[in-house]
Design a protein around this ligand. Structure first.
Ligand code: SF4
Ligand code: SF4
Length: 357
C-alpha cells in the first residue's frame, strides 16, 4: 500500500489554492511519533511504498534521510515544490522511485499561483536532479485552476523534455466555486483535453507515447477490460500519516471524521486496508468502474453540492468519452507493434498521481 508521510505540515510557499500552514508555524510542526514506531507500522506491509509529503517535505531533509535509512519500504517517492531539492544529497536522490515536482505549467501561470520565481527554481532544481543521476520517474504535478489553459500548460511542460510524466489535479471542490467555472470548462478545459488527446494519438502514430498520467491508465484499463476502485486509492490502499501520527484516508482532510482511521503507534496496515469507500452519486454512476469515484474527499464532503459535483463529473465524462474515441486506433497501434503495452500501461505502482484530474 501507499503511505504519504507528512514530514511537516508547513510549507515555505503560500500557493493561492492551498490550505497548508505557513513557514511561520514551522516550530509547531515536528513529527511527534518515534522512528521505531513508524518502522514497526511500515514493517507490517511487505509491499509498502512510502511517499514523503507535507507541507513541504524537503524542509525536513535530515528526517527524510533517517526514514530512508530505517524503513523497509519497497519504494520511496517525494512530492515537493522542489525549491529545496538541490539540498537533498545525491545518494538519497538516486534511490527515489518517483519525484513529483509541483509546477503548474508556463512560468507566468505557475508563478501567478505559487509565487514569483517558483517556476524557475523548480525547473532548475529538477534539471539538476537529473544531472546528478536521478533516473526514476520525474513527474510534473500540476494544479489546474481558473487562469490555466490545460492545453498550453501541458504542452509547455512536455516541450521542456524534463518530465517523464505530467499529471494534474483540478482545483475544484475544496475552495469556493469559481464564478465563471461553466465558461472555463466548456470554452477552455474540455476543448483543451480534446486537443491534447488528438496530439497524444498523433505522437503514438509516430511510435512515441507522451507521458500523460491521466490518459495512460484510463485507456489501458479500457483496453484491458479492468475495473478500477478510486484511482488515488484513498481509504483503500493509500493513506496519509500526519506529523502527530494520525492515519488518514488521504493527506488533505485531517479535520473530517470519516478520514481518521487510527494512529501509527497502535494500528497495523491490515487494520486500515479497504476501510472507506465512495458513496453516492458514484456508487450508481454508469462510469464508476472506469472513473473509480475521482476523489474520496469530494465525494464525502460534497462541498460544492450536487450542482458542483455534476459540473466536475462532466470533465470526467468528457475525458472518458474522448479516450474511448481514440481507443480503436490505439489498439491498432498496439497490434502493429508501433507502441508497446508495457509503456502505455502506467503507473506500475500507485505513485501519488490521482489519475482522474
Ligand atoms: S463521474 Fe462523477 S459520479 Fe461518476 S464515478 Fe466519477 S466522480 Fe463519481
Ligand atoms: S483525489 Fe481526493 S481523496 Fe484522492 S488523494 Fe487526492 S484529495 Fe485525497
Amino acid at each position: 500500500m501507499l503511505y504519504h508521510i507528512l514530514l511537516t505540515d508547513v510549507c515555505n510557499l503560500d500557493c493561492s489554492y492551498c490550505g497548508g500552514f505557513s513557514i511561520d508555524d514551522l516550530e509547531k510542526a515536528e513529527v511527534s511519533y518515534s522512528l521505531e514506531e513508524l518502522k514497526r507500522f511500515i514493517d507490517g506491509d511487505p509491499e509498502a511504498d512510502v511517499a514523503f509529503y507535507g507541507g513541504e517535505p524537503l524542509l525536513r531533509i535530515l528526517l527524510l534521510q533517517k526514514m530512508m535509512d530505517e524503513l523497509s519500504a519497497r519504494s520511496f517517492l517525494v512530492q515537493t515544490n522542489a525549491t529545496h531539492l538541490d539540498e537533498l544529497p545525491t545518494s538519497y536522490l538516486r534511490r527515489l522511485h518517483t519525484l513529483l515536482v509541483s509546477v503548474d505549467g508556463r512560468e507566468k501561470i505557475t508563478d501567478g499561483y505559487r509565487g514569483q520565481g517558483t517556476y524557475e527554481k523548480a525547473v532548475a532544481n529538477a534539471w539538476d536532479a537529473k544531472e546528478r543521476g536521478f533516473t526514476g520517474d520525474m513527474v510534473a504535478r500540476m494544479a489546474v485552476s481558473k487562469n490555466s489553459d490545460i492545453y498550453e500548460e501541458v504542452t509547455h511542460l512536455s516541450s521542456l523534455g524534463l518530465f517523464d510524466h505530467i499529471h494534474w489535479q483540478l482545483d475544484v471542490i475544496w475552495g469556493e466555486m469559481w464564478e465563471d467555472l461553466d465558461a472555463w470548462l466548456e470554452g477552455s478545459y474540455n476543448p483543451g483535453i480534446t486537443r491534447l488527446i488528438d496530439d497524444w494519438l498523433d505522437a503514438m502514430r509516430g511510435g512515441r507515447i507522451p507521458g500523460i498520467a491521466p490518459f495512460q491508465p484510463v485507456l489501458s484499463d479500457m483496453i484491458a477490460g479492468r475495473k478500477s476502485h478510486i484511482r488515488c486509492g484513498a481509504g483503500i490502499d493509500s493513506f496519509a500519516i500526519t506529523p502527530r501520527g494520525e492515519i488518514l484516508t488521504c493527506p488533505i482532510c485531517p479535520e473530517f471524521e470519516f478520514a481518521l482511521l487510527g494512529d501509527v503507534r497502535t494500528a497495523s496496515p491490515e487494520d486500515i486496508r479497504d476501510r472507506v469507500h465512495v458513496g453516492e452519486p458514484c456508487t450508481s454512476c454508469d462510469i464508476k468502474d472506469i472513473c473509480g469515484g475521482r476523489c474520496l474527499f469530494a465525494n464525502k464532503t460534497k462541498l460544492w453540492g450536487e450542482e458542483g459535483q455534476e459540473k466536475v463529473c462532466g470533465t470526467v465524462r468528457h475525458l472518458v468519452s474522448e479516450l474511448e474515441r481514440i481507443r480503436p486506433m490505439v489498439e491498432e497501434l498496439l497490434e502493429a507493434g508501433i507502441i508497446s503495452w508495457d509503456e502505455l500501461d502506467y503507473p506500475k505502482i500507485n505513485n501519488c498521481c490521482e489519475i482522474i484530474p
